[in-house]
Design a protein around this ligand. Structure first.
Ligand code: ADE
Ligand code: ZN
Length: 320
């Protein structure tokens, strides 16, 4: 399978923290980890659901202390993404998960942004940064953090909504999204990963998002499928993530082929590649081993990622 130029639109930078780097950063920062070695840490990577993953994901962030740590994590992702054929990446980070540990916004934002700054020239990967807000924390806190990001002129192009989905519907975050739209930011949200199709509708109608992260549970709602297909709403699908978090039983059960058949604007993304068994190329390789997509389908998936990216028309033409 040739490596198609592609855009990665659904990627949490903290989810690229590989076990080896976790140990290296822990050593550098004098942090004692509750695991004897990398292998013992890796053995924890078996998840029953989204929450069991999130618990480990937030715990492991303890090793991120300095701007340099955030920059090193980001550089490691970019190098691996280049090998995966990624030409443009829109990268989410979780500022609240660092603020709650006593790490300043400047430390996490500047660390990630400094690594992104050279990526187009050095690696041929254009990048954008998106601040994601934790839906299982109070909506007022999210709004206050957004105001701080705006006040410091953080180099973000948009906002997202992530963390534990069920019980935390988009309707709780209307004020946050109104403020983001007013500030000229792009708006996206996780919806329909574990949560019901209704959350996808709310994200579209109440938060007025331009893209849905995951969105796979739309397939339970025929009317919603028809709407998403008609409006060509981008759905940033993450197949290996869905398997590892048990949103689907096996990759063979994944709805991606049916979503393509229904004319939905789906792309393939890695979500938290250090935790879910692979980067975007690994996602494609494993999909191919199960579904044997033809060249047209593979080209469609790559083209969907590029046409759904927050880039200029000139950059889009370069990538298509
Ligand atoms: N944060 C990091 N990865 C996530 C995912 N797959 N769903 C929700 N929140 C997340
Ligand atoms: Zn995600």
């Amino acid at each position: 399978m040739s490596v198609l130029p592609t855009a990665e639109l659904h990627l949490h930078i903290e989810g690229t923290l590989e076990p080896e780097l976790i140990f290296a950063l822990a050593g550098r920062n004098g942090i004692e980890l509750p695991y004897a070695d990398v292998e013992e840490l890796r053995r924890q990577y078996q998840f029953a659901d989204l929450q069991s993953f999130l618990n480990l994901y937030y715990d492991n962030m303890a090793v991120l202390q300095t701007e340099q740590d955030f920059a090193d994590m980001t550089r490691a992702y970019l190098a691996r993404a280049q090998a995966a054929g990624v030409r443009h990446a829109e990268i989410m980070m979780d500022p609240q998960a660092h603020l709650s540990r006593g790490i300043s916004l400047a430390t996490c934002v500047n660390g990630v942004a400094s690594a992104l700054a050279g990526s187009e020239e050095e690696l041929g990967i254009s990048t954008e940064l998106i601040a994601a807000f934790l839906r299982d924390e109070p909506a007022e806190e999210a709004l206050a953090v957004l105001e701080q990001l705006l006040a410091m002129e953080a180099p973000i192009i948009g906002i997202g909504l992530d963390s534990a989905e069920v019980g935390h519907p988009p309707r709780d975050f209307v004020a946050l999204y109104e403020r983001a739209h007013e500030a000229g930011l792009k708006c996206i949200a996780h919806a329909g990963e574990e949560g019901p199709p209704e959350y996808i509708r709310e994200a579209l109608d109440l938060l007025k998002v331009a893209r849905i992260d995951h969105g796979i549970r739309c397939m339970e709602d025929e009317e919603l499928v028809q709407r998403l297909a008609a409006e060509q709403t981008p759905l940033t699908v993450c197949p290996l993530s869905n398997v590892r978090l048990r949103a689907v039983d096996t990759l063979a059960d994944h709805p991606l082929p049916r979503m393509l058949e229904r004319g939905l604007n789906v792309s393939v993304n890695s979500d938290d590649p250090a935790y879910f068994g692979g980067y975007v190329d690994d996602n494609f390789i494993q999909l191919q081993s199960v579904f044997s997509f033809d060249d047209d389908q593979l080209a469609q998936l790559a083209a969907n990622s590029v046409r759904s990216a927050f880039i200029t028309d000139a950059r889009r033409r370069e990538l298509l």
